[in-house]
Design a protein around this ligand. Sequence first.
Ligand code: ZN
Length: 895
Amino acid sequence: MKIKNLAKAPLWAAVCSVSLLYGCCDHSKMVENNQESLPTIERVQSVSLLEEYAVVRAQQVSNVSYKLSVVLDDKKTDFSGVSEITFDLMKNNTNDLTIDFNRGEVESVMVNGEEVEFRYGNFFITINKALLSAGKNKVTVHYSRAYATDGSGLHRFVDPENSEVYLYTDFEPYDANKLFPHFDQPDLKATYTLDVKAPKQWKVITSTRESNIEEVDGANHWTFPTSDKFSSYVFSLHAGDYVVWEDKHEDEHEDIPLRLFVRTSLSEYITTEDWFTPTKQSFKFFNEYFGVKYPFKKYDQIIAPDFNSGAMENVAAVTFSERFVARGEKSTEQKMDLAMVIAHEMAHMWFGDLVTMRWWNGLWLNESFATYMAYLALDKGSDFENTWDVFYSGTKQWAYETDDSVNTHAIELPVASTGEAMANFDGITYGKGASVLKQLPYYLGEENFRIGVSNYLKKFSYKNTELSDFMDELGKAANKDLSQWTQDWLYQAGLNSIAVDYQCDGEKISSLTINQTAPEGYPTLREQRVQLGLYSYNGSQMSLTKAIPVLYKGESTQIKEAVGQACPDLVYPNEGDWGYVKVILDEKSQQSVKQHINNIESKTMRLMLWQSLSDSVDDGILSADTFANFALVNLHKEQDYNVAKKMVDSLINAMRYLDTSTHLGQTDYSALYREVEYLLWHLAKSAEPKSDLQKLWYIEYSYFAKSVDHLSNLEKVLNGDITLDGLTIDQDKRWRIVARLNRFEFGDYKALLDAESANDTSDKGSKYAIYSEVLRPVAEVKAKWFKEVVENPNNLKLATLRFIMFGLFPAEQTELEKPYKARIVEHIAKLNEKGDLALLGNFTGRMLPAHCTPQSEQSLAKLVETYADMKPQAVKAIKKAHETSQRCVKVLDLL
Ligand SMILES: [Zn+2]
């Protein structure tokens, strides 16, 4: 799966994880011992599957295959099916058999052809052990179930524009049992033989291409050949009157038929080249890099409505969020983002689908690997430039932020249940994991790393693995013992810092040491290979004079290779971003940065230095107004897109603190705010027409403007009274303006919203319309939508609820929020009780007030204690809110 996490995409940001402190269990040994008797284990009804139980079941049953018949139509809100499960039961079985099936209706259960009694309690079916025999068994379940409306399981979407119905599945980690009764755990890999009855105009998509379509009773009956063996969370069934485009990938390795699907009303916005080109480039790269042919014969990509995350790696039938369909011209950044997600999901076909983690503690490796591979594929096999700068700005900062927060945890963690697996989708799972994988090729050698990966994929094809299987193959390829590395980097949490201490004798360096420190509570010091960058200023440019690869470890490492080099003006001990570490600049380097940041030749270096300054603001070391003024005078000088984006995002981040200070009646920064508004508007107007920078400046402005003059500019842009040469104000940009005008009740905001709603009746339009209304600073509006969220969440899709929750209480509407604070806190407890994990995480993360005052900080600190035993989704979000409040107070103290 690919979760999108960028500061600019808060609507989709996930709320996350927990740290657990107990040891790791190795059940690979137990599994081999298949025929011994097992402990008797009683399974408790629960929405999650416990690892403890899954371990037992993986020994109880083996050689699983499913024959699945499903009946779909475009009218009803439920579907029916027959699941025929064939498996071998162990000898000396002492346990009843359970089959996972979430909240459906079970009509009958047959065991080896005989109808039998069974128990069913909403989450699994239990069959008495006496009804089964050792060796081969066949269990047949006739069932029905409601379609999902929260994007997990078999989701049903009705297009508001044309009433067409679209279905797709999304299963990770434990939702495949919302489609059909089966053993829903990754290490019970199985084959799937599917047939589907569906309305005649529909297309039906799964992991294999259909072998036959036949008309039966006015519907079409689709049959599919038996699939390869894989885990059920990557099985899929998508259906509907999707529009399809076809293409083909051919290289010296194989021919792979490609298809792309989208619902009809979005088809006009698809540029197929944006999809098929990166798909083909990624296939070419991975086939060569992995040295293993693509295993699944065809490759379909389906753009799915209401999709919860970025994309999902279903075997040969990958789903993508409609977020990747822009209803206007795409920027290079957007195209690259899509290409990167395409490559990420494709990497999973090998790493995840062909070779799969045994249990969800391995999810981090699955995700981190795909994330790292996606960037590597783009860097080596596409036309996009600056791939690693984008990695640095996005993935890596996400990792640093999470690792430097109260919610940090070790990369490799025990995961007691499938419920916790979800809670661990975070900046550590994806970001830190990918960042430390990126280090490894520097540490082991690039080709050694590649050979290790390739050997791993060959050795474990169609099987399940533990972390040690992967590390062993890498270690063997590089002839290096990785046990200490694994222990330090994967089993210990925390972000180290390094600082350089050096002396010069005349014009030359006489000694240079890298000093390493660890944060409080996470004392591990680590070994890694980085580059030491030495920079000198020649009167007009600050240039790299020497990059020295070095291996540092422990508290202090003397770098002999630096001795004798020219005495530098700037030293950066993570040149080229090889390492995963926070850099603290020495005094002289700090001065050089202040004076010459725009004269530094390397854009990657400028990017890292701006990041470092921005971090200092969040850490309460550099005052937000000093930073804002510094960024303000430098912004227009920067021509590199990634650096400019980092600068403007950091500037806006600093302005948020300053604006809070203004609202709290501390120091008034309104004049500075207006200066930034003016600058962004000026940059947007004067940028080269159609350039990426023009798009960037305009978008930032449209999110930032709030003064009368600037809201008026936006209104005129919407009405067409102002145009920016080369910039198209497409439907999505129009909605952003309408939302902004409603948030500040500017101009004819109500009429503009009505007009826009009438003009855009699409699903996205209807979500934006609700969002724009929710934003209004009006007590009745808040009351109406708050009620919807807490009393009638089932009336709306989770995707729509997210828009509402995100819009209810923007920063400047704290007075309107006040009456809801207690109710929000109470409602978190209710949701926790109910166990709707997705809504719980979203609600807590979006709705819990976190203000920039000591009072707010203290009340959140109390809540962290009171709610300490809640589900991880809630606990993490509360801790995060507390930390946000705490940091903000510290930042404001510095003003
Ligand atoms: Zn993924």
